[in-house]
Ligand binder design. Sequence first.
Ligand code: GTQ
Length: 348
Amino acid sequence: MAQATANRNNARRDFYDRIGGLSMAPLWEQLHQLVPPSPAPKYQAAHWDYDKVRPFLMESGSLITAKEAVRRVLILENPALPGSACITPTLYAGLQLILPGEVAPSHRHTQSALRFIVEGEGAYTAVDGERTLMREGDFVITPTWTWHDHGNESAKPMVWLDGLDIPIVAMFNASFAENGESDEQAITAPEGTSDAKFASGLLPVDWKPERQTSPIFNYPYSRTREALAGLAKAGPPDPCHGYKLRYVNPASGGAPIATMGTFMQLLPRGFATAPYRSTDGTVFSVVEGEGESRIGERTFRWKRRDHFVVPSWATVVHSAASESVLFSFSDRPIQERLDLWREDRGSH
Ligand code: GTQ
């Protein structure tokens, strides 16, 4: 019997070797891995404590200028994906530093970017000939293939979270990039133009969107925070999310960026979310408060300016020790377009 099994296995191995020469492989040896019964992510939950990260960010400021670096960023890399520059298999995240007086020169690329302002006030991003000044908690968009440069005319360092769809664009081999002719693009519209046109529940009467990306490129925290406070007064929190809003492209009702969904949630003091999981691996930036998140088997304590990542289908429970506000982003809009996105709200 044992001999028969050994013979059979040898015959199979020999067969696999011979078809391997023709660049073929037997599906049956890997079917269950290729089509698992539920998501089996090959990356892990992780947390970046801002107190530990910040000294290195500032040290990077004395090692290289923003101009030489083009973008002076420390990548937040998933510990299970070393060398990949990915925080999840579909998302890139990094912390970008711009010191007073610096300019990160103009360029454009097919990757879409979001900026979420972590520290500082008064630096600008220029997109499509218009500047916007940025403050903590603002969510700023750089649409695919638009010229963008960043500059800091304030007296203090500015740090923001960069979220890009780099791994997605890489998967499609659809990356194009160009450097601008000058460091700073020509400014053709006064600050506030895109706000006036698109951010007041109104749209210019004959305007037609040219792309899926939102025409608003700064969603200021002052308004987001006010909306959350109003929501919290209006009724009870959602058991799984607390008070959670999604950012929206006012022209479509969809996500502001085609590849990345962005969210902001308020957790009242002492509130713990009910166990929840969804198929979109999600990156969090803590805007206010402190608390902890149990992600699968691990628990991370967080506070303002920390970052953490929740893998696909990992069960998460957030507990807020003080009133807390969490920004997050994920690839949910793509998954929804592909009819792939799923969530599990437990019994809620
Ligand atoms: O600001 O354009 O973190 O192109 C990575 C790649 C930021 C940017 C990053 C980029 C940028």
